[in-house]
Design a protein around this ligand. Structure first.
Ligand code: SAM
Length: 325
């Protein structure tokens, strides 16, 4: 306690009231009149205390000293960050190296939106500097940053800026709603704003954004009721899920083809939508490789493939099992 007092960590109340009761009777009276120090509504000195009499003849201060923590003590990145956010305009008031956040304002955010999109494409975006500093404090290389209410993808830009700055490989997942409504059913904020910001930053010729880059996949979610799986599950949806399950980079499904193929190092993924005799030759050439063949009706396709020693898996069962896990 003495060390803390010497280091200026203990803050005493200004002009505290100090009382002294010289007899047990006057102390008992003070308790009866509720004139003793209290914590909330509870009296700190009361006759039920085993050492009640010890308080006679002592100076008793009202008010509680508090512990004072300085921003400089928060330098260790694993310690909690001060919740105080300093605006850019006051940045020079901060001790260098302090674990504080310096952030732009919503005006900065509006200017960045204008600079990336060329127009006021999104209202109430957050300043990139704020999100960037929060991510700087809370992530390390290799981390994945998830923003479930991504809006204009400020978070994606913040991750891209940080990675460019420190050579990091943080990844991001931006989730947002389309904001489509009955009166504006075609609105698609995700496609036109969230993903578009990342596309524009990747392609930007502006010097400010020259070092920013992030490969990304644009995915839509689709809710399918379990009982409607056989009718509503489209090859295009199953394809993405199968590629993800096999940890392959995602590719576009070509609906015009009877089957789609993803040939990668050491693995070939095939989704057969419709059987065509040419499939036999195509598979025969690859039958010695690590081929994963999926079909809607595996029994039927297996029979068509005849002597080929290739296991055909059910798309539906595979996905159900995978999602149930
Ligand atoms: C306040 S904005 C986020 C702004 C963002 N931080 C930026 O700087 O652009 C919130 C976003 O969350 C989206 N949203 C609202 N409800 C959602 C939900 N249930 N699931 C996903 N996104 C949702 C909205 O469409 C809106 O774009």
């Amino acid at each position: 306690m003495e060390d803390w007092i010497a280091a200026g960590h203990i803050r005493f109340p200004d002009n505290p009231k100090v009382m002294r009761w010289d007899t047990l009777a006057s102390l008992t009276d003070a308790v009866a009149n509720d004139e003793v120090p209290k914590s909330g509504n509870t009296q700190m000195i009361h006759p039920n205390l085993p050492d009640f009499g010890d308080w006679v003849g002592r100076s008793v201060g009202f008010g509680t000293p508090s512990f004072k923590r300085y921003k400089n003590d928060l330098r260790n990145p694993t310690q909690p960050l001060s919740s105080w956010i300093t605006p850019n305009s006051e940045a020079n008031t901060i001790t260098t190296g302090a674990n504080a956040i310096i952030s732009g304002t919503n005006d900065e955010a509006a200017k960045v939106i204008k600079s990336v999109f060329g127009s006021k494409a999104f209202n109430y975006a957050k300043p990139v500097s704020l999100i960037r500093e929060l991510i700087r404090q809370s992530t390390d290389h290799g981390d994945i940053v998830l923003d479930f209410f991504a809006g204009s993808a400020t978070t994606a830009q913040a991750v891209m800026e940080l990675n460019a700055e420190d050579g990091g490989d943080r990844r991001f997942i931006m989730v947002s709603s389309t904001e489509a409504t009955d009166s504006d059913p075609d609105k698609n904020l995700c496609r036109d704003i969230t993903a578009e910001r990342i596309r524009l930053l990747n392609a930007s010729e502006d010097k400010k954004y020259a070092d920013l880059s992030a490969g990304f996949a644009y995915l839509r979610t689709k809710e399918i009721l379990f009982e409607d799986l056989d009718y509503d599950l489209a090859p295009i949806d199953a394809w993405t899920a199968l590629e993800a399950m096999h940890r392959l980079p995602l590719t576009q499904y070509d609906t015009t083809q009877p089957w789609n193929v993803h040939e990668a190092d050491g693995v070939i993924l095939v989704l057969i939508d419709r059987f065509k005799p040419e499939l036999l030759d195509w598979l025969q050439e690859r039958s010695r490789q690590n081929v994963f063949v999926y079909a809607w009706a595996p029994g039927l396709i297996s029979r068509e493939l005849g002597g080929l020693n290739i296991e055909v898996r059910s798309v539906r069962d595979t996905l159900v099992r995978s999602f149930q896990q």
